[in-house]
Unconditional design. Structure first.
Length: 341
């Protein structure tokens, strides 16, 4: 239960459209976090009213919930300096099942909204056909799978907290958001669980990998150019990848390959480690574009490699900041991916 808020935090509670904050989280928002009487939807005080009951105090429709979620997310994105703390809206007086609300908020979300802590959503990459990379296990959407005697890397269902971490283990064609349960073994960048289901699945294409590579390379290209201002090869590799992304022709694919080779040469003789990593990241961005469409997995590998080269190009605290920027980019990218139903 949330009892205190930091200055930049917003308490998101279930409300009715009359703005009568009589019970549960609504009463708490009114009493402790400045929610104004009469405001049934939107920002109010240090809170956000999310309507789950209409003016007649009847449960709203799922379609209405979706519209309210869209309004909430718009507000969240307009306030990037705030962190919105979502409660289990609608599961009290409105009597929605928690599963309904959980499904409503599954999938894409702005990076500055936090879901309830016990909603164990994580990420993993799968191969075509919703198959696991190891063991060829085929998943079905929203079907719980169970396994006992879990062992990290050997038995159990594996996933990661972030998309970037998940990409480090499997360079797949499908990005899956999973929900986990049961016993677990948790490590820094992955975990194994007894229970798992796929709640959302998205196609991850070569274009997504190229876009990631470009974003990562542009984060660090200045590290190279500060030391070698006259060497344009890494910058040209990034531009070649951008050109392929805008117009993925064979000609542009070939040009990207040539630019990648040149950037790789530049990386090979770069004396400074930060410059070397920056040049390598640029080369990876072009390589990810240069491989044929059939090599989508190779492009994903190049994208992951470019991301980590960008991180290595930074130093200490800066490295962590670069990784966070890439992770944030990936979460936002989910909003543009094609969902698999």
């Amino acid at each position: 239960m949330i009892t205190k808020l930091k200055k930049n935090e917003i308490f998101v509670f279930g409300s009715n459209l009359n703005g009568e904050h009589l019970g549960g989280a609504a009463a708490q928002a009114h009493k402790s976090f400045g929610a104004e009487w009469g405001i049934g939807e939107g920002l109010t005080g240090q809170s956000y009213a999310f309507p789950t009951l209409d003016k007649k105090m009847k449960k709203v429709s799922l379609k209405a919930l979706q519209k309210s979620k869209d309004k909430l997310y718009k507000c969240v994105k307009e306030n990037p300096d705030k962190t919105f703390l979502l409660t289990k809206v609608g599961t009290g007086i409105a009597c929605f099942e928690e599963e309904e609300i959980k499904q409503l908020f599954a999938g894409y979300k702005p990076i500055n909204i936090k879901l309830p802590e016990d909603w164990n959503f994580k990420w993993k990459f799968l191969r075509t056909g919703l198959k696991s990379d190891y063991g060829n296990f085929k998943w079905k959407l929203n079907k719980w799978e169970k396994e006992t005697d879990i062992s990290i890397c050997n038995r159990g269902f594996h996933c990661s907290d972030t998309i970037l971490q998940a990409l480090g283990y499997v360079k797949g064609e499908i990005l899956a958001q999973v929900e986990v349960g049961g016993k677990s073994i948790i490590e820094t960048d992955k975990s194994a669980w007894e229970e798992m289901r796929i709640v959302k699945a998205y196609n991850w294409t070569k274009k997504d990998s190229v876009a990631l590579s470009i974003f990562a390379a542009e984060l660090c290209i200045e590290n190279f150019e500060k030391i070698f201002p006259n060497d344009k090869r890494p910058r040209e590799a990034i531009e070649a990848a951008k050109k392929w992304l805008a117009n993925p022709t064979k000609k542009n694919e070939s040009a990207a390959w040539s630019a990648a080779e040149s950037a790789a040469e530049s990386a090979a003789w770069s004396a400074e480690s930060a410059a070397w990593s920056a040049a390598e990241s640029a080369a990876r961005s072009a390589w990810s574009a240069a491989r044929s469409a059939e090599s989508a997995a190779w492009s994903a590998w190049s994208a992951w490699s470019a991301a980590w080269s960008a991180a290595r190009s930074a130093w200490s605290a800066a490295e962590s900041a670069v990784i966070q920027k890439i992770s944030n980019w990936l979460e936002e990218r989910v909003n543009s991916l094609e969902e698999i139903n």
